[in-house]
Design a protein around this ligand. Sequence first.
Ligand code: APR
Length: 316
Amino acid sequence: MAASARPSVVPQKDLESFQEHLDKSTRILALIGAGLSASSGLPTFRGAGGLWRTHDATQLATPEAFGRDPGLVWQFYSYRRHMALKAKPNPAHYALAELARKKEDFITLSQNVDGLSPRAKHPPDQLKLLHGSLFDVKCSDFFCNYVESNNYTDPIVPALAIPTDESDPTTTSALAARELDISDINVDLPELTFSHLPRCPKCKRGLLRPGVVWFGEQLPAKVMRDIEEWMVGGDKIDLIMVIGTSARVYPAAGYVDAARAKGARVAIVNMDKNDVPASGLYKGDWFFEGDAAQIMPEILKGVIGELGDMPDAAEE
Ligand code: APR
C-alpha cells in the first residue's frame, strides 16, 4: 500500500471497514454542522463557543429576539458575516465537495450558514442548505416577499461596521486601526436604532433581516421538497455521515433515523465522543473521534484520492 501523505488519525480497522462500505455505496447522505467549520475558526453553537457576549447564541436566533432588539441581532449577524468572510474552507469542506463530484447520488444536508461549502465549490445541486445562508437577506415585513441572495457586502450598512480601536499605538490612521472583537463584552457596541439598520429596497417599510432559519421557523420549502424527493427516490440508502453536529436540532437531526430506516449505516465524525444522535450507535456504525478537517480527507481518500489544490471561490 502506498504511504499516506498525512499521519493517520483514525484506527486502521475502522478505516478499512468504512472505506470498503463507502466504495460500494451509491446513495449517500451527509448531515453537517458547525463542527465542520470549527477548524476554519468559526465557533460552534453549543459548548464553549456558544456564547456571544453575554448572550446564548441560540437565543439571538429567534424572530422574537429580532422583534425585541433588531440592532443587537443585526450586530450578532453582521459579526458572523464578517467572521465567515474572513474564514476559509478547510479540507473537510473540500473533501465533501470532491466526494459529491465522484458520487452523483450523494447529497449533503447542511445546517451551516457560513458559506464555506459553496466556497469550496461543493456542487450546488448536491448541497441542501437547511438553515439558509448568512449571505441571503430578506424583508422582515410579513407582507413583503423581498429576498436577495449572495449579498457579501460587509458591513451591510455603515452602522454595522466592526468598530476599530483608534487608540491602538501600532497604527497611524484610524482606518488602519486594530479591528475589535465585538464578541468581547468589554468592547462597547454602538446603540443602533431602526434608522441605522438595513431597509427593504422593495417595500421601503420593513427592515431587512438575515436569510437564515431561526428557531420556530419553517425550513425552506424547496429544500425540504428536494430532500423528500431524494429520500423516496430509491429503495435504500447506503450510508449517512453525521459530521461536526450535535444532531440535537430538528428536523435536521431526524434525517439520521430516516436514513437508518432505509438501511443506512451511520458514520459519525465528531470531536466529542458523547455527541451521538439521539437513537445512539448501532452495530455496524462508525464513530471517528477528532477534528473533521483531519478525518474527512482521510476516510474519503479511497474514493476522492489526495486533495490537490484547494481553490476558494471567494478569491476567484
Ligand atoms: N471536528 C468535528 N466535530 C467538532 C469539531 C471539529 N473540529 N469542533 C466541534 N465539533 C462538534 C461538537 O462536539 C458538536 O457536537 O461539532 C458539534 C457542534 O454542535 P452545535 O454547536 O450544536 O452545532 P450544530 O449541530 O451545527 O447546531 C445545529 O443549531 O443553533 C442552531 O441553527 C443552528 O445550525 C445550527 C443548529
